[in-house]
Design a protein around this ligand. Sequence first.
Ligand code: SAM
Length: 326
Amino acid sequence: MTAPDLPTELKVALDAKLQGLSRTDAAARAALISRTYRDGGNSGAITSTADALAYALARMPATYAAVTASLNALCETRPDFAPKNLLDVGAGPGTASWAAAEVLASLQSFTLLDANTALRALALDLVKGSARLCDLKYKKGQALAALADAAAADLVVASYMIGELEDSQRAPLAEALWSKTRDTLLIVEPGTPSGYARILTLRQQLISSGAHVAAPCPHDGSCPLAAPDWCHFTQRLPRLRAHMQIKQAELPFEDEKFSYVALTRKPVERHFARVLAQPEVSKVEVSAKLCTANGLSLAKVPHRDRTAYARARRWRWGDAAMVEEG
Ligand SMILES: C[S@@+](CC[C@H](N)C(=O)[O-])C[C@H]1O[C@@H](n2cnc3c(N)ncnc32)[C@H](O)[C@@H]1O
């Protein structure tokens, strides 16, 4: 499993950009960007180098951790997955490409695509010292138009991007992303009810176009969760000192909530149940909420079943539970 914290090369590159940067100014810019997002706006508010850096400091560690956790889950389900090329759509500062480079040693080429000039410039700056990413291609443009000219890739990722689109743009973009996917498409969104709803709509649309789910669901059927419940996961990550300063945070870690789906061209060979919340462990039993091929299951694994209990004790929210499904 790849760790959720930023790789050293990226931390060093970010630190170098921070030299001489006013924390007060970065905090004000990050607060404005967050407020824009809360009010339904998007990253169009990021227009300068300083904005891009404030965004990267505030959000890049958390979105990196969410993409890494999603890729870890995908690789657990598909240990043979060895993509050679990546297409990162709505790449922003390059977060998902950094995560994919860490998780997937097989990746040899990286193409990124985004409409935002300031975030693109920052991404290109950050990769200068990276052995894996320094040769990446970064196209500037609106996703739908730019995708028409893009080459297909083994792995296509859209991380925290779908939520920035108008409702009417999502279905055509999903179709375009899938048309450029040779093997696997990973979509990651904030772990909110609306982020989950976007994932669910896109999942249904692409299953109708022939996609199969590799993770997190152990099936291609309807989601068994009913509102107000929603499928999401959480990833704890350490906070950078600069992040604590600009967010005026006291805890040295944060918990990023995210929803995701990994869709593949071919059905996955073996599916395992997915742990949907942190299990409760007592001396008597482990109780866990699982998504299985047959629907939702509130599993109770008794202590007297020593082997199963020992295995279930190690389950964490988001894990594939090695309870084999039909
Ligand atoms: C919240 S940022 C996420 C950036 C990065 N993927 C991450 O996970 O950190 C969303 C990105 O999507 C890009 N984006 C949104 N709509 C777009 C569109 N229609 N075409 C191209 N890029 C778009 C924005 O410019 C921004 O860089």
